[in-house]
Write a protein that binds this ligand. Structure first.
Ligand code: NAG
Ligand code: NAG
Ligand code: NAG
Ligand code: NAG
Ligand code: NAG
Ligand code: NAG
Length: 401
């Protein structure tokens, strides 16, 4: 099914557009490294010092460099990571979500409690764009990698839930404030995220997450990478284009940014600077309904299959006439060529869609532009561009791959 795992923040007074009408479809560059040390490093001594420093830091419990772990493109509609909880850890395949900030397990493999699992007296309840979970909150040890073993991480044990088919929960890497209002009776408490605790415990040098996704070749394709504590220069090309986290609400509750426009071929689709969010937990790319109409009207015979799949349908004979779709971020173009706009037909069955139609990835958000959350840059965009979620500098970056 299509995922839309952005949480609806407690503070949100404006009604959020409810994405995807339908769900019958069964979701500071650590620049030193490559720059200073390697490129200009005939100086072996300096490299050795760096290595020793890193080793010393590790012994002291500080991981100096960023840590990269694999991520899995699961069922084409969501990305999961294998994360351990407890000691010895049980590993869970949990959805990587920048659109929410609670971490929980139990929707597939049940939460296995060990000696590190400490019950709190709190219930937890989170509602997402699609689905929800509720249960009890624990403190436990969370293993992201051998370098990043977080102690005393607050996590949920999901006892009731909906729409988490095939996955065990979520690792929430959105802003901490999205956890407000999710505990009971401590309704005013926020929950430190895994990123917060990893920084606090000296396991990462900075609260920066690098995300590398790619189109899947099969149903369960471990083709992605998550870098905790920085970016991985081997996973993108050129430089990273950054843009500040937006101050426009409700996008500002999330990893929200302003795009500076969008075009389809020569047609203007987004006519200037508008706020939206960057969400790994949303499968598709959504734009305001009026902008979506401009896009649909530009493709001969295209229509929105709102009552069935929630996807745009494009006549096969129109594919040859299609144009690139470009989002501008800080005025830099990030272009989805025609292929990047289309769902490969061989995946239709897995998406629960008709076998002989051509579907696309750009959809309508469910409201007209002007809400302050007029687009969602989801997984299908990040399968084409590297993304960086940089908390200390309060910015999001994209790079070519
Ligand atoms: C969780 O929250 C939702 C929405 O606020 C509410 O309808 C539901 O009853 C709550 N469920 C539990 C188990 O607390
Ligand atoms: C564990 O985390 C909780 C809340 O996240 C905090 O109240 C508590 O002080 C922490 N305990 C330790 C030993 O760090
Ligand atoms: C939560 O905050 C509100 C407003 O500050 C306050 O009235 C209320 O008593 C607080 N509730 C709890 C359980 O702390
Ligand atoms: C996907 O593959 C991983 C690694 O091989 C495996 O642990 C997991 O159970 C698979 N998930 C599904 C839903 O097939
Ligand atoms: C961001 O977009 C909103 C509209 O969504 C607009 O009001 C605001 O001025 C924009 N901010 C910048 C810095 O362009
Ligand atoms: C969807 O169904 C409703 C109610 O049956 C109908 O009014 C509407 O025209 C349909 N929309 C599309 C795009 O087929």
């Amino acid at each position: 099914m299509l995922a839309s795992l952005l949480v609806l923040p407690a503070a949100l007074v404006v009604q959020l557009p409810l994405v995807g009408a339908v769900t019958t479809l069964s979701l500071s560059p650590v620049s030193g490294r490559e720059g200073a040390y390697l490129q200009g490093a005939p100086d072996a001594g300096r490299a050795r010092v760096a290595l020793q420093k890193e080793r010393a830091a590790r012994v002291a419990g500080f991981a100096e460099g960023p840590t990269t772990i694999p991520a899995t493109n699961l069922a084409y509609v969501q990305y999961t990571a294998s994360i351990g909880v407890g000691s010895p850890p049980t590993y869970y395949n949990i959805v990587v979500d920048t659109g929410s900030s609670n971490t929980f397990v139990g929707t597939g493999t049940p939460y296995v409690k060990t000696s590190t699992s400490i019950p709190t007296d709190q219930q937890v309840n989170v509602t997402y764009g699609s689905g929800f979970f509720s249960g009890y909150e624990y403190l436990d040890q969370v293993t992201i990698s051998s370098d990043i073993v977080i102690k005393n991480q607050s996590i949920g044990d999901a006892l009731e839930f909906a729409d988490f088919e095939g996955v065990d929960g979520i690792i929430g890497v959105g802003p901490t404030d999205l956890t407000l209002g999710t505990l009971y009776p401590d309704i005013n408490a926020s929950i430190p995220t895994v990123m917060d605790n990893a920084l606090e415990q000296g396991l990462i040098a900075a609260e920066i997450l690098g995300v590398s996704f790619a189109p899947a070749d099969d149903y369960n394709d471990t083709n992605g990478a998550l870098t905790f504590g920085g970016v991985d220069g081997s996973l993108y090309e050129g430089s990273i284009t950054y843009t500040p986290v937006t101050t426009t609400f409700p996008s500002a509750y999330y990893w929200g940014i302003n795009v500076t426009g969008a075009t389809y071929g020569k047609t203007t689709v987004i006519p200037g600077s508008y706020a939206g969010i960057v969400d790994t937990g949303t499968t598709l790319i959504y734009i305001a309904d009026d902008w979506f109409q401009t896009y649909v009207d530009s493709i001969p015979g295209a229509y929105y299959d709102g009552n069935n799949t929630g996807l745009i349908v494009i006549p096969f004979e129109s594919i040859a006439l299609m144009e690139p779709f470009t989002f501008y971020v800080s005025d830099q173009p990030f272009t989805l060529d025609v292929e990047a706009q289309l769902l490969p037909v061989w995946q239709n069955a897995a998406w629960g869609a008709e076998p002989n139609l051509q579907y696309g990835y750009i959809g309508p958000i469910g409201s007209l532009s002007g809400t302050g959350l007029d687009l969602i840059i989801g997984q299908k965009f990040m399968e084409r561009f590297y993304a960086v979620f940089d908390t200390p500098n309060s910015r999001v970056g994209f790079a070519y791959t």
